[in-house]
Design a protein around this ligand. Structure first.
Ligand code: 13P
Ligand code: SF4
Length: 361
């Protein structure tokens, strides 16, 4: 093979070893694709045992990664918690670069690998540490909350991190602790607008966008509603507010997944990245998925092939300056130390306060 790895074959042993996984994903993966995936899955799982490694797989990974090699799967908050807890020697982040950095920040003594260094994020790219320093000068005394979708350098400049699963809770805790009624929430404008509708804390926001979720609009949701009137529509809080207003539920990727697996709606629409529906479908066989979704090109850089190479060659290691990592850890750890969010973001709260606005920087 071009990468120096040995070609792997779909032997009867591999077929038998991966048969339970195949049963799980067969509605989403073709038999021909499985002949290519199964030997890689078997090899990756062998390498993980040999090297005492774990794969942390985000909900947007393709089903062969998510179900085939993910030791821990979930949203950004869940994966960060696992990174802090695991006693494996090596963490392979099947997700994007900021997630791998979060793992390294929380596990400085472990080797953290990202299978493709180009797996970025439009939100993380939208703001720098220098921007945050200037914002602090402009708003002295106002606490700065940053979404985990940021670089370690940006996290190092902030008071506390949040994810889509706990943003309201974190913003309220930050305001309470600082004794203010205003909080700066960076860098996702839409997450900030959606949080503002669920709290009395006044939000100051940056104009970063997720390139996947900003593309959904109210007209998409109206069309879906008209075509599938009985479907439950679930949207990620990185979508514009007009989308959430028309949805039945808003929550992190894991909150959406829990909604489907617990309530088992007959039809569901996940207004988010495309692989989510494939992964949840494997755990919710009775539910029909309508799929107006967008692909995240960064998440899609991760494949079974490059996860195998990451483990074989122990590449690409995530390295963070020790001082930056220590300051970023404080902000991430403060978030992790909050109790897990009890109630995920709910549509009725969003709707009730649709007049609330944010101050844009
Ligand atoms: P979650 O934390 O909800 O998994 O979101 C991460 C992300 O990148 C969504 O676009
Ligand atoms: Fe970033 Fe959006 Fe991709 Fe998530 S889906 S990694 S926020 S670009």
């Amino acid at each position: 093979m071009a990468d120096g790895s040995q070609a792997l074959e779909f032997t009867p042993e591999v077929e038998a070893l991966t048969a339970p996984l195949w049963e799980k994903v067969r509605s989403r993966v073709t038999p021909l694709e499985w002949r290519l995936h199964a030997p890689l899955i078997a090899e990756i799982n062998r390498l993980k045992r040999e090297k005492n490694a774990v794969v942390l797989a985000h909900n947007y990974m393709t089903p062969e990664i998510f179900h085939g090699v993910g030791d821990f799967v979930g949203d950004s908050l869940g994966l960060a918690r696992e990174a802090a807890r695991t006693d494996a020697k090596i963490i392979v982040q099947a997700g994007v670069h900021f997630m791998a950095e979060t793992s390294k920040v929380l596990s400085p003594d472990k080797k953290v690998l990202i299978p493709d260094l180009r797996a970025g994020c439009s939100l993380a790219a939208s703001i720098t540490a220098a921007d945050v320093r200037l914002i602090r000068q402009r708003y002295p005394g106002i606490p700065v909350v940053t979404y985990v979708n940021t670089t370690a350098e940006v996290k190092a400049e902030t008071d506390i991190c949040c994810t889509s699963a706990n943003a309201v809770q974190v913003v309220e805790a930050a305001a309470r602790e600082a004794g203010t009624d205003r909080v700066i929430l960076l860098p996702d404008e839409f997450l900030a607008r959606n949080v503002a509708r669920q709290t009395d804390v006044r939000i100051i926001a940056w104009q970063g966008r997720c390139e996947v979720h900003e593309r959904f609009d109210a007209e998409d949701i109206r069309q879906v509603r008209a075509a599938w009137p009985d479907a439950q529509i679930l949207a990620h809080p990185e979508c514009p507010a007009e989308v959430l207003e028309l949805a039945d539920f808003a929550g992190s990727t894991s909150a959406m997944s829990d909604y489907v697996t617990r309530r088992r709606p007959k039809q569901v629409v996940l207004v988010t990245e495309c692989s989510m529906a494939d992964n949840v479908a494997a755990d919710a066989p009775g539910t029909e998925f309508v799929r107006p979704c967008n692909l995240c090109p960064h998440m899609k850089r991760i494949s079974l092939e490059n996860i195998r190479q990451a483990l074989e060659q122990e590449r690409f290691e995530v390295i963070i300056d020790a001082g930056v990592a220590a300051r970023a850890r404080r902000a991430v750890q403060r978030m992790i130390d909050l109790p897990p969010p009890a109630v995920p973001a709910r549509y009725d709260l969003v709707k009730a306060r649709s007049h609330v606005d944010v101050e844009l920087i």
